[in-house]
Design a protein around this ligand. Structure first.
Ligand code: PEP
Length: 253
């Protein structure tokens, strides 16, 4: 079986002023003893990327962004392109987060275009998929996730430029998490679907993160689930002590 290097990415969402960079520097200090075999990323608001890059000099912590426009440049007031995010210091972009799908009406086609833009800029696309509570109750989880994957993952996606984050919408920010069996079922399904979409070889190597109320208390059990190759962490990534406590699960692995 292929060994996949895990990724733990923190999504700060619309949280963080310059003063919040102190948390990033505290994380950098704690990670002076790195977590072997694990990639660590923080995705602050775009306004903090350049300062964060400066603060993280000499550290292995990578930076990501939370969204991008599909085009490289143009008359799109307020938007930011993947090229601009790369220029500011990002190495990845989260695309298709459920908050963008729900609150900004983003379709699979748009998420796909954003993922392609991310690749065009030489960055990794972290493509989010996941079902709502209603969809899970209706037994439609795998159908929904399958449709999102088919619509959102570009044909030329590779393990080197694409990460999938399975984030059940009902688990985001709620403190609720699926059972280990439910996570296992969803992640195995995602790997299988990716095999059909981008070929078995790439699908076997691609990272599939679990996201939704990951905390220090549940990080170890979630990481133990087959086909879970890391975590996308929202709330618990805002405090260096909590994020670091999650990373300890990866050190013990
Ligand atoms: C997220 O928004 O990607 C997320 C996983 O949030 P939380 O960890 O707060 O549930």
């Amino acid at each position: 079986m292929t060994t996949i290097r895990p990724l733990v990415a923190g999504n700060w969402k619309m949280h963080g002023l310059s003063v919040s960079l102190a948390e990033l520097l505290a994380l950098k200090d704690r990670l002076a003893a790195p977590v072997p075999g694990t990639d660590i990323m923080v995705c602050p608001p775009a306004t903090l990327l350049a300062q964060a890059r400066y603060g993280l000099r000499g550290s292995d912590i990578k930076l990501g962004a939370q969204d991008c426009h599909p085009l490289a440049e143009g008359a799109y007031t307020g938007d930011i392109s993947a090229e601009m995010l790369a220029d500011a210091g990002a190495s990845a972009v989260i695309v298709g987060h459920s908050e963008r799908r729900t609150l900004h009406g983003e379709t699979d086609a748009l998420v796909n275009a954003k993922a392609r833009a991310t690749h065009r800029a030489g960055l990794t696309a972290i493509i989010c998929v996941g079902e709502t509570e209603e969809e899970r109750r209706g037994g439609a989880t795998l159908e929904v996730v399958g449709n999102q994957l088919r619509g959102s993952v570009p044909e030329d996606a590779q393990a080197s430029n694409t990460v999938i984050a399975y984030e059940p919408v009902w688990a985001i920010g709620t403190g609720l998490t699926p059972t280990q069996d439910d996570v296992a079922e969803a992640h195995a399904f995602i790997r299988n679907e990716l095999g059909r979409l981008i070929g078995e070889a790439e699908a076997a190597r691609i990272r599939i993160l679990y996201g939704g109320s990951v905390k220090p208390a549940n990080a170890t059990e979630l990481l133990a689930v087959p086909h879970v190759n890391g975590a996308l962490v929202g709330g618990a990534s805002l405090k260096a002590s909590d994020f670091y406590a999650i990373l300890l699960a990866y050190r013990r692995r």
